[in-house]
Unconditional design. Structure first.
Length: 257
């Protein structure tokens, strides 16, 4: 993917609530698709499952960015629909939604996650951000009475452009790790962001900014964080044990004047 400059500037320091010190990795600009496996450390290579839990919370510091929903013509002859601005979703308590979180040095194996299904409703892709595992098709459907087309931009899985009518389901094969965008040429404001990984240790932060990985073998792990407008972040050397969950907090900050 092509690199793009972050809209809201540099990312702040990540706070880590653990008993050991954590080394914070270098920033990477939005769009740098580094989803491949890092070399596993001896502590994560020996076992494929365990009882370890790594959970976290992604926050946004300072005033939330002002969102700008717009009214658009979606259904011919029908009323305009309001298209939400989902680019940087921050709750009143500062929780940051739609951050893709993933292990950069995942253990071998793990249970596959269900393949996501992306709907098109009122000329909006729902969900706005999804993550999926390679080897599974990414499925698109439509609840709209108008014709759409699913247009996946160039990436290691190949470009894709297929029309889709109400009730149809189309599948896009995903075989390589990548970050990519999905649009609709008929309704150019429509956008979906996708992260694809060659392992099942990934998540998208919820409304409250939380995520969780379970059944990890004891070891020290590296987390990657991807957001469509903010910089990609890395947290390294996070210790995970069988007997106590590891809790981390990552905080993004807007650019200071």
């Amino acid at each position: 993917m092509q690199n793009t400059k972050p809209v809201f500037g540099a990312v702040g320091v990540a706070a880590l609530v653990l008993g050991a010190a954590v080394l914070i990795g270098c920033d990477k600009k939005d769009g740098s698709a580094n989803t491949g496996r890092a070399s596993a450390t001896p502590t994560t290579a020996a076992a494929t499952t365990g009882k370890g839990v790594l959970r976290g919370h992604v926050k946004f510091s300072g005033p939330a960015p002002v969102l700008k929903p717009v009214d658009r013509d979606c259904h011919p002859g029908g009323p305009k629909v309001t298209i939400p601005d989902e680019s940087v979703l921050v709750s009143p308590s500062g929780d940051l939604k739609n951050v893709i979180v993933f292990l950069k040095n995942p253990p071998a194996g793990g249970s596959p996650q269900p393949a996501p299904v992306v709907d098109q409703k009122d000329c909006v892709y729902t969900p706005h951000v999804v993550a999926t595992q390679t080897g599974q098709p990414l499925k698109f459907t439509s609840s709209d009475p108008v014709l759409h087309n699913v247009h996946v931009g160039p990436n290691d899985n190949g470009e894709y452009n297929q029309s889709i009518a109400k009730g149809d389901t189309k599948s896009y094969p995903v075989n390589s790790p990548a970050f990519f965008k999905v649009s609709c040429d008929v309704h150019p404001w429509m956008l979906c962001n996708v992260g694809a990984f060659d392992h099942p240790y990934f998540a998208v932060t919820k409304d409250d900014g939380t995520f969780e990985f379970r059944d990890l073998p004891p070891g020290r792990y590296t987390l990657g964080f991807w957001h469509e407008k903010l910089r990609q972040r890395t947290l390294e050397d996070i210790p995970v044990a069988d007997d106590k969950p590891a809790d981390i907090t990552l905080t993004y900050e807007p650019k200071k004047p």
